[in-house]
Unconditional design. Structure first.
Length: 253
């Protein structure tokens, strides 16, 4: 029997790279996303559901579908997230804060809430959370995002302790600066705030790592596939950065 993985926000970026990695490893893949066009662009061999991870009714329905069609779930990649506002703390609207925390943190909670009973019934499972290096360091001008990503670390540590005796592992991946459209938006917004060019901000991020490099979605996906595999059978409760070793979380040139 093939192993089964659900990846939230799996139609693009890191999520899609995870889906491709798990598929290559022989997993049956189910993805969610809020962008219908991105879902349609994914392989027909993947099961696809349009869902907002912060909507509890939608998540309950999704997991009922998974249980009905698959009869269980082996790996959950709670990957959905949004960048949120890039602004000084005094200029962030409460609605912006709430939306960022809702998608990034509450979405991970809801996915865990509904995946855990299936994993408990099977006596095994692996939950892989996508946090961020913003979940390890403070990030100026990114308060809602950093708060949510720190929250994911606390959620993961608690889930690892709570569900570990039942054979369920939980770990968090902390990507650094990942090449792609989302990071481009962050670079442009930070450049505007700091009075710098996009290239200067990019160089600052790269210089803030000991390996002087951004990472790719595939780098993050490779770690997720490892954590979902039997090779990681006793790896749990861990915060694993895939970031080229971040030295300076406040990039400067």
């Amino acid at each position: 029997m093939s192993r089964r993985v659900l990846i939230t926000a799996g139609a693009s970026g890191i999520g899609r790279a995870m889906a491709e990695g798990f598929a290559a490893a022989g997993f049956d893949v189910w993805i969610t996303d809020v962008v219908a066009a991105s879902l349609a662009d994914c392989p027909d061999t993947w099961r696809k559901t349009r869902a907002d991870v912060s909507d509890e009714a939608a998540m309950a329905h999704l997991f009922a579908e998974i249980d009905a069609e698959w009869g269980g779930l082996d790996v959950l990649c709670a990957n959905a997230g949004i960048a949120g506002p890039t602004n000084a703390i005094g200029d962030i609207d409460l609605a912006e804060w709430q939306r960022c925390v809702s998608v990034n943190l509450e979405g991970a909670f809801l996915a865990t809430k509904y995946a855990s009973p299936m994993m408990r019934a099977a006596g095994q499972g692996s939950i892989v959370y996508t946090s961020s290096t913003a979940g390890i360091y403070g990030y100026p001008n990114r308060a809602p995002y950093a708060a949510a990503k720190w929250g994911i670390i606390g959620l993961m540590k608690t889930v690892a302790m709570e569900l570990g005796p039942e054979g369920i592992r939980a770990n968090a991946i902390c990507p650094g600066a990942v090449e792609g459209p989302r990071m481009e938006g962050v670079l442009e917004r930070e450049a505007a705030i700091k009075g710098m060019t996009r290239d200067e901000v990019y160089a600052g991020y790269a210089a803030g790592t000991s390996m002087r490099s951004f990472v790719t979605a595939e780098d993050v996906a490779n770690m997720a596939v490892f954590l979902g595999s039997d090779a990681a059978r006793l790896v749990s409760g861990q915060v694993i950065a895939v970031d080229g070793h971040t030295e300076n979380p406040d990039p400067k040139v």
